[in-house]
Ligand binder design. Structure first.
Ligand code: NAG
Ligand code: NAG
Length: 155
């Protein structure tokens, strides 16, 4: 009888986690937030993980930012990388992996934020512990000014 109560209790606790829209136990929620401060040019980006393609998005003065959220198990190895394009320049790098997660943790269950700024001189990540922007990458001169062949805008 005691163990039945225990099981019911655990189920109640789990359902609380779910109803608050947080990730469940042993899982941490992250948000990757990308903002462009380049006002005079379109920055196109495409972010992907092993089994998830988030599609093409354009950042410019009418839409400066883009974000998505996901849950990661404590033993998990979630990885998202993004490809960025602007006239004459491009870059590609991991925006989320187990190393970067350290910079994003705010001790919350959900929405620990990996905050990026795309600037004229490169890509910056906000270090949540020290409240500083770390420059991670420069823009790379593109071999071609063309956008990728299968360029389609997601709604
Ligand atoms: C921003 O990009 C969108 C999608 O390409 C485009 O429709 C819109 O006109 C752009 N806005 C500006 C201010 O360039
Ligand atoms: C995570 O991504 C960064 C680039 O953003 C890279 O320098 C680092 O080696 C990657 N770490 C792992 C564990 O893949």
């Amino acid at each position: 009888m005691k163990s039945l109560f225990f099981i019911v209790f655990i189920l109640l606790v789990l359902s609380c986690f779910n109803s608050s829209n947080a990730c469940s136990v042993f899982v941490t929620g992250y948000t990757v937030y990308i903002k462009s401060t380049i006002v005079n040019e379109d920055v196109t980006l495409r972010c992907q993980s092993k089994d998830d393609d988030l599609g093409y998005h354009v950042l410019n003065s009418s839409k400066v930012d883009y974000d998505w959220s996901f849950c990661q198990h404590v033993l998990g190895a979630t990885l998202y990388f993004c490809h960025f394009w602007r006239p004459n320049y491009e870059q590609v790098f991991d925006v989320f992996n187990t190393t970067i997660a350290i910079h994003c943790r705010q001790g919350k269950l959900d929405h620990n934020t990996c905050s990026y700024e795309v600037r004229d001189d490169g890509f910056y990540l906000f270090e949540q512990h020290n409240y500083v922007w770390l420059k991670r990458f420069n823009w790379k001169r593109a071999s071609s000014t063309e956008l990728p062949n299968k360029y389609t805008l997601s709604p």
